[in-house]
Write a protein that binds this ligand. Structure first.
Ligand SMILES: CC(C)(COP(=O)(O)OP(=O)(O)OC[C@H]1O[C@@H](n2cnc3c(N)ncnc32)[C@H](O)[C@@H]1OP(=O)(O)O)[C@@H](O)C(=O)NCCC(=O)NCCS
Length: 188
């Protein structure tokens, strides 16, 4: 049976959540810098800690510059916007690993009021497609072992645990290159 999370992920740039609210998904842009700073400021200390490994409410100017320095293979991010308010409510991103250029590391943040409704899962599914288009061979994620929701999201989207111990756990999703339909050697 298809869950609402699975079906919503395929809708593309609009996602219907399990509480019937709808959000728009689009690439994050540099012009979102201010809105992103505000949104991070509104996160609970717990969510900030789980995502950024600290609970400080404000990012430095340099950190913000990095977070919106996106839109190329090395660093891509998707933003979910609540059409009712125009506020950003979630961001998922990946950053290419310098030590393993064929691999990118993903991170996700859903605003507290929007967690547990399928949004993170739906956005990660879309980001996986982007990573495949970008030709990465794998996506990796590093999460606190206590972050049950994040781990459930990763397992649900196909990630598998890598051997790891301690408070941080690593998960990886190998990506197959997209297959082209061919007919006598010509694209079908
Ligand atoms: C982790 C996070 C991105 C997940 O996004 P989300 O929209 O809240 O999650 P979803 O609604 O898609 O649910 C993901 C999974 O968690 C499960 N879940 C929902 N509520 C849960 C809860 N309270 N406890 C444990 N699991 C829960 C869901 O059932 C789902 O599992 P399934 O796919 O097997 O059904 C989001 O909660 C978040 O931003 N958390 C704080 C920051 C963080 O932890 N980031 C990840 C590390 S970079």
């Amino acid at each position: 049976m298809q869950t609402s999370q699975q079906s919503s992920a395929r809708v593309g740039r609009q996602v219907e959540l399990s509480d019937q609210r709808v959000v728009d998904i689009r690439p994050l842009e540099r012009r979102d810098r201010e809105g992103l700073a505000d949104a991070i400021g509104r996160l609970s200390p717990q969510t900030r800690y789980l995502r950024f490994a600290n609970a400080k409410p404000h990012m430095s100017s340099r950190e913000l510059d990095f977070l919106v320095d996106v839109g190329r293979r090395e660093h891509r991010a998707l933003l979910a916007v609540d059409p009712a308010t125009g506020w950003g409510v979630a961001v998922v991103r990946y950053v290419q690993l310098q030590t393993e250029p064929a691999v990118a590391e993903i991170a996700a943040t859903v605003s507290d009021d929007w967690q547990g409704l399928g949004l993170g899962t739906a956005m990660v599914v879309q980001l996986i497609e982007q990573a495949r288009d970008d030709g990465f061979s794998a996506l990796r994620a590093s999460v606190l072992a206590s972050n049950k929701r994040s781990i459930a999201m990763l397992l649900h989207t196909g990630f598998a645990p890598l051997p790891s111990r301690g408070t941080l756990r690593e998960y990886e999703l190998p990506l197959q290159p997209r297959r082209r339909n061919t007919l006598n050697g010509y694209p079908a």
